[in-house]
Structures are given as structure tokens and as C-alpha cells.
Design a protein around this ligand. Structure first.
Ligand code: NAD
Length: 402
């Protein structure tokens, strides 16, 4: 029976899905360090982790039988993706499962900041009755500027518009504007027009320090600012200065350049204690609904990959979209050099077999060729394919993806 090891308290739906697909599943609450992980992976086909377990090149080298890793989260920095591809280990994550959760938190924070609810709440808890409309606004009719119009930015656009906001956005790519949202031609244009600016860019290295003193200075006086994307894209000192000077009327920050590792660890930030500033511990995507969907989504990807060879949404292997097949199928992950497909087809032909269907995709140093033939695959053909000098990993699948 194939085995799956799930670490870091992954939602039980993942165990259900893998169990139904015939896996013996062991689920542990915590993360494992490198040595313990290598020991625990003995005889394991699939590994599921969240953000704390490091899947290093050493782990992958030590356990060549491992087929795939599921990152039951969004980020995959904790996995050596290059080493995983070189070892023929597919890695999957859940890029959209918590999109809605982040969007709902952003909407809540926009309203909370516009009404200065944080300060009112703090005053009342401290015993001071401060009933006033000064500085409180409806969000209806106000202009929201979204920087980064991807999964989160575009969904936020739809919900903000439903609440009566005017939406403008800026993205490096030419994204489809949803509803009545309006594309800005430059970041500066967005900063000059928006009354609330919210960052939803991805974590590419070029975005380090994207938003700082210059960008705050371009924003309209008394505007609001949110960052729920990545900590390193924002200059926190510049935000502090802009809040203290009163140029920015309020801010919500969920992500930080250095986040405490453990529950209960001290959090240090220049943003602590500022008025009308909401600080949250990177919980934009942390809801039970998102965790459940992550469990469902990633476990599904692992099952589909091992059953059919499909690498849809793999973060490190070439993408080939496949379904089950009535044919016998093999998938060869190989070094991306000329002539491999010709050698594969020659070997198949030498065994008197006809290729029913074949797809090839490449990504960087690797190619992934999946071939269907309508006859059982002889053992010596499989041995010959696995022995090709360019072969990284050969997988075979029975008829109908079995
Ligand atoms: N706070 C949380 O808990 C939480 C949860 C999920 C995701 N996130 C973060 O939210 C961010 C957005 O996630 P997503 O799923 O929407 O990502 P995405 O990849 O779908 O969208 C990112 C968009 O930003 C654009 N972009 C990148 N750099 C840009 C720049 N410099 N200027 C303008 N546009 C730029 C891209 O073209 C893309 O359209 C990511 O950084 C992600 O890590 C945070």
C-alpha cells in the first residue's frame, strides 16, 4: 500500500482524500527537522507539509523514492524546488484557496480604518467615552487603488465595487478590468487618484522595497494604506513617518519583513503603538474555510498526479494537463536536451508498439514527456526508458489512470 506522511496539522480532509485513493496516511501535528524528516520518510511516497518543514536537497537526496511533495499553503520557499525537480519530485501548492479570506479581511480593515474604529475601541477599553464623527467616513463613493491585480487584487475589486467603492488598479501585466474597475497606466497615477491604497503584489525579488517614502509622499493627504501581500515590499519606517506626520490617516499591516517563528514569540516593529494602525500576525488567509480548501486542493493535486501523471499547477515541473486514459501510459521526466523524444519513440517502435497519444512540455532544465500506448508496456521497454542517459524519473500508469 502506498504511504503518505502529513505534517503540521493539515486539515483532515487531506487524509480522507488520500485514504480514498488507497494511501496509508500518517498525520502528525508538528514539523520535523531535517534528520527526523529523513527518518520519517522511509517508505513514504507522498509528503505533505505547511510552512515550517524544510524540504532540503539533503532530504530529497536521502529519499529517492519520494514521488511528490504537497505544500498545504501558498508559499513554497521552504522547499528546495530545483533539487526537487532534479530528483523528479513534483511539488504542488494551493495558490487560490485563501484568496477569499484575504479579501474579506481587507474589506473589513478598509471600513475599520475609515471609521477609526481601532482608536474608538482602544479609548473605550481604557474607560474614555469619545463619541464623535470627526475623521469617520463611509467607504461608499471613495476610490480604492489596488496595486497588483492578481487573484486577490481582482477579487477585492469585485467586492469593493459591490460596497459602492470606485476601484482603480495598477498591475505590471495588462490585466482584464472587472466590473467598472479602471486600469491606471502607472503606479504614480494610482497613488495620485486613490484615497485608499492596498498592496497585493506577489513576492518576486524585484518587489523588495516597492513602497516607501516616495510613494507615500505621492498619496493624497489623509489617505489610508493596507499591506496584506509581503512584508519586504514595504518600508515600515516610511509608513511610521507618514502616520506620525498625519499624511496617512490610517494603515493595516498583516505581513512583516521579520515575523516571529513561534506562537507567543515577541513581535518587534516600528509600527507598534501608532494611532489608527491595525497590526495582525499574518492571518489574512488564515480561516478554517481556507485551511479546509487547501487540504482538499493539494491532496487532490497529489492524487491526480500519481494517478494520471498530470502536472497541472505543479510549481517545479513542466506543465502537462492530463486526465485518465484507457491506454497504458508512461511519463518520462528527463533532462531538456535535443533528441529525447525521438529516442523514446524509437524504443517504443522497437517493441512493436504504436503511440496513441503523446505530449511534451519543458521547463528550464527539464522536459516531461507523457506517452499513451494501447498495449501493455513490456518490462524491458520500461527498463530501456529508465536507462536513457537523460532520464530523471520514469513513472508508469495502468489503463484508466490506475
Ligand atoms: N496575508 C496573507 O495571509 C496572505 C495570504 C495569501 C496571499 N498573500 C500574498 O498576497 C499577494 C497576492 O497574492 P495573489 O494570490 O493575488 O498573487 P497573484 O500572483 O495572483 O497576483 C499578484 C499580481 O501582482 C502583480 N504584480 C507583481 N509585482 C507588481 C508590481 N511591482 N506592480 C504592480 N503589479 C505587480 C502581478 O502581475 C500579479 O497580477 C502575494 O504576495 C501573496 O504572497 C498574503
Amino acid at each position: 500500500m502506498p504511504r503518505a506522511l502529513l505534517l503540521e496539522n493539515i486539515d483532515p480532509v487531506a487524509t480522507e482524500i488520500l485514504g480514498s485513493a488507497g494511501y496509508e496516511v500518517e498525520s502528525l501535528r508538528g514539523a520535523l527537522d531535517e534528520a527526523d524528516l529523513i527518518a520519517a520518510l522511509d517508505g513514504v511516497d507522498l509528503l505533505g507539509i505547511r510552512s515550517k518543514t524544510q524540504v532540503t536537497a539533503e532530504v530529497l537526496r536521502s529519499r529517492p523514492a519520494l514521488e511528490a511533495v504537497g505544500a498545504f499553503c501558498i508559499g513554497t520557499n521552504q522547499i528546495d524546488l530545483t533539487a526537487a525537480a532534479a530528483a523528479g519530485v513534483a511539488v504542488f501548492n494551493a495558490p487560490y484557496s485563501n484568496t477569499r479570506s484575504v479579501v474579506e479581511m481587507a474589506i473589513a480593515e478598509i471600513i475599520i480604518l475609515a471609521r477609526r474604529l481601532v482608536d474608538r475601541d482602544r479609548s473605550l477599553h481604557a474607560g474614555t467615552w469619545d463619541k464623535s464623527a470627526a475623521g469617520s467616513h463611509e467607504i461608499r463613493g471613495r476610490t480604492l487603488g489596488i496595486i497588483g491585480y492578481g487573484n486577490i487584487g481582482s477579487q477585492l475589486s469585485v467586492l469593493a465595487e459591490a460596497l459602492g467603492m470606485r476601484v482603480i488598479f495598477y498591475d505590471l501585466e495588462d490585466k482584464l478590468a472587472l466590473g467598472n474597475a479602471e486600469r491606471c497606466n502607472s503606479l504614480d497615477e494610482l497613488l495620485e487618484r486613490a484615497e485608499t491604497v492596498t498592496l497585493h503584489v506577489d513576492g518576486r525579488a524585484g518587489n523588495a522595497g516597492l513602497f516607501g517614502a516616495e510613494q507615500f509622499a505621492r498619496m493624497r493627504p489623509r489617505s489610508l494604506f493596507l499591506n496584506l501581500s509581503r512584508g519586504f515590499v514595504l518600508d515600515h519606517e516610511a509608513l511610521r513617518d507618514s502616520i506620525l506626520s498625519g499624511h496617512i490617516a490610517g494603515a493595516a499591516v498583516d505581513v512583516f519583513p521579520h515575523e516571529p517563528r513561534e506562537q507567543g514569540d515577541e513581535f518587534t516593529s516600528v509600527l507598534r503603538g501608532l494611532p489608527n494602525v491595525i497590526l495582525t500576525p499574518h492571518i489574512g488567509g488564515s480561516t478554517q474555510e481556507a485551511q479546509h480548501d487547501i487540504g482538499r486542493f493539494v491532496a487532490g493535486k497529489l492524487v491526480d498526479y500519481t494517478a494520471t501523471g498530470t502536472t497541472t499547477l505543479s510549481v517545479n515541473l513542466p506543465t502537462v494537463v492530463l486526465h485518465g486514459s484507457s491506454a497504458d501510459r508512461f511519463a518520462l521526466l528527463h533532462r531538456n536536451v535535443p533528441g529525447v523524444l525521438a529516442r523514446v519513440d524509437a524504443l517504443v517502435g522497437e517493441h512493436g508498439l504504436n503511440v496513441d497519444a503523446q505530449v511534451l512540455a519543458t521547463r528550464g532544465e527539464h522536459g516531461y514527456a507523457v506517452t499513451d500506448v494501447s498495449a501493455p508496456l513490456p518490462a524491458d521497454l520500461l527498463a530501456g526508458l529508465a536507462a536513457l542517459p537523460e532520464a530523471v524519473r520514469l513513472k508508469r500508469f495502468g489503463p484508466r489512470g490506475g
